[in-house]
Design a protein around this ligand. Structure first.
Ligand SMILES: [Zn+2]
Length: 69
């Protein structure tokens, strides 16, 4: 998978500033991740091959997942 490091930055979701659900921090590292698993690929589930976006809290590391709309 093509993970890459990036400087932490503020994130807006639906017009709201994203804050970490755990520690309340407001800077995150953005990651793209494929949602598929080995099993999903084997059974050729199309829905499982979309990519999702996750924001990793720069302070505590909690991952906030967002599925494609
Ligand atoms: Zn946090």
């Amino acid at each position: 998978m093509g993970f890459f490091e990036q400087e932490p930055a503020g994130v807006e979701v639906q017009g709201q500033t994203l804050q970490c659900l755990v520690c309340g921090h407001d800077e995150f590292r953005r990651r793209e991740a494929l949602l598929n698993t080995a099993a999903a690929t084997f059974f050729n589930f199309d829905w499982a091959n979309k990519s999702g976006t996750c924001y990793v809290c720069a302070r505590c590391g909690y991952i906030h997942w967002f599925l494609p709309q």
